[in-house]
Design a protein around this ligand. Structure first.
Ligand SMILES: Nc1nc2c(ncn2[C@@H]2O[C@H](COP(=O)(O)OP(=O)(O)OP(=O)(O)O)[C@@H](O)[C@H]2O)c(=O)[nH]1
Ligand SMILES: [Mg+2]
Length: 448
């Protein structure tokens, strides 16, 4: 039973037929069947049971129905045979395609959804911060606005009085209050404008917060990777093994897609004593529509501002290489191309011979370390690699710090490396390394 049916036992179970498409001209890096398997996982995460699937290889998409009419007839048969309540397309449907397919289905109780609607639905379930919830709501309205059809309003009426988040409208209709679907476009537009204003306020607040954090000037590392690769588990392991309090970051980890939506940042101590901030971010997925990428703004800003990326790869996944190249593509789309990257080949505890795999696959990646976020294996090595990259641009400084400025000694310990520390009659004489902006500050001290 899915969460929603636990809380709303009267909800009928939702079942779906999946429809995959492979474009002959551009087959993509994922095999159509692998992509469908992923779509099934997305469906399960959204609380929908898959009862049938089919796919078609096509040269050009049919502008009215995406798939050809013969294939559509087959889908309708599958739907009827299995008594399914939804058709789920693995490709984004244009508003027109969605309408035409709904017309062909001839039953307003059957939902016609695509991958984007499904991902948005999961996001609505998993967004916990105000900004996360607002941006998902905005993305959902923007997605739905051109797709408002009789079928939607009909379902909205059926759902009647459902709570905004409770999911009484079921998959594809969770999130913004279902009753909103009954109002006309003008009102939805008004809501979109309102959400945008609210988001601006929340973002301005976050910017100020980040500015404050910046003045604390710790370097930052972002954990990036395909959804379910183990980023959150790794953040927990890093803070447990090297955090100031030695305990888990308390980030939710789960064997589901998009468990994490809102970024979480924690302090982690590198082997030499220097501290960094590590941020867990939203996972990526293939066929991520640009409208959704925009919704990840909080995460994107974190990634764009970090000094180093740790790319977490689930090395035990059959599609590990395709997933890794998807992450590379998304990063490129986001314009993050100039950042040093360390690859963490995760979940090696599940492999019979971790070293062998690391040696084989490690060659495919730049700067790869085999780790297990679950057992802690390889985490020390990962931390040393992070340290090596972070320390690359430190500069050597020697400074005499007066005893009444003890806070500066502390800063040096946290932000840099200490090679020697001597207590003299005038203060503490330190020789070591610091990030460039702090080095300047300590040199000034020298000149006073
Ligand atoms: N065996 C094993 N399982 C792991 C390891 N790391 C993570 N997992 C499991 O993999 C699943 C996904 O882990 P998460 O940390 O939630 O993955 P994520 O990358 O944060 O995923 P999203 O936030 O959903 O994008 C969970 O069931 C974890 O327990 C590992 O090193 N070994
Ligand atoms: Mg996560």
């Amino acid at each position: 039973m899915t969460d929603d049916r636990y809380f709303y036992p009267d909800l009928p179970e939702e079942t779906a037929i999946l429809v995959g498409i492979e474009f002959k001209s551009d087959p993509g890096s994922f095999d159509v069947l692998d992509s469908l398997a992923e779509l099934e996982q997305l469906a399960e995460t959204a609380g929908v049971r898959v009862v049938g699937e089919t796919f078609q290889r096509i040269s050009t998409p049919n502008s009215a129905t995406l798939i050809g009419s013969g294939k559509l007839a087959e889908v309708l048969d599958l739907l009827a045979e299995n008594n399914a309540t939804a058709i789920l397309f693995d490709e984004e449907l244009s508003p027109r395609q969605q309408r035409e397919i709904e017309k062909a289905v001839k039953n307003e109780d059957i939902k016609v959804l695509d991958r984007t609607a499904l991902i948005l639905d999961i996001f609505a379930k998993h967004a916990h911060t105000r900004e996360g919830a607002l941006q998902v709501e905005l993305a959902q309205y923007e997605y739905r606005l051109p797709r408002l059809t009789r079928a939607w309003t009909h379902l909205a009426r059926q759902a009647g009085g459902g709570t905004a988040r409770g999911g009484s409208g079921g998959v594809g209709l969770r999130g913004p209050g279902e009753t909103q679907l009954e109002v006309d476009r003008r009102e939805i537009n008004r809501r979109i404008a309102h959400l945008k204003r609210e988001l601006e306020e929340v973002r301005a607040h976050r910017q100020r917060h980040r500015q404050k954090r910046k003045t604390a000037s710790l370097s930052t590392v972002s954990l990036v990777g395909y959804t379910n690769a183990g980023k959150s588990t790794l953040l927990n392991a890093l803070t447990r093994l090297a955090g100031p309090e030695g305990k888990d970051a308390d980030v939710l980890t789960a064997d589901m897609l998009f468990a994490t939506l809102d970024p979480t940042t924690r302090r982690v101590k590198l082997p030499g004593g220097r501290e960094v901030l590590v941020t867990d971010t939203v996972g990526f997925i293939q066929k991520l529509p640009t409208t959704l990428v925009a919704a990840f703004r909080a995460t994107l800003e974190e990634i764009a501002e970090s000094d180093l990326l740790v790319h977490v790869v689930d090395i035990t996944h059959d599609n590990a290489m395709q997933q890794a190249s998807t992450v590379g593509e998304v990063l490129r789309d986001l314009g993050v191309t100039d950042r040093p990257i360390i690859t963490a080949l995760n979940k090696v505890d599940l492999l019979p011979d971790a070293d062998e795999v690391a040696a084989d696959l490690g060659a495919e990646f730049k700067d790869a370390v085999a780790v297990s976020a679950a057992t802690g294996q390889g985490i020390e090595e990962l931390l040393s690699r992070v340290e090596a990259v972070m320390n690359r641009n430190l500069v050597t400084v020697e400074a005499l710090i007066p005893y009444d400025q003890g806070e500066l000694v502390n800063q040096w310990h946290v932000h840099g490396l200490i090679q020697s520390e001597k207590h003299t009659s005038d203060g503490v004489l330190i020789r070591g390394k610091l990030p460039p902006h702090l080095a300047a500050k300590f040199r000034e001290l020298e000149e006073q």
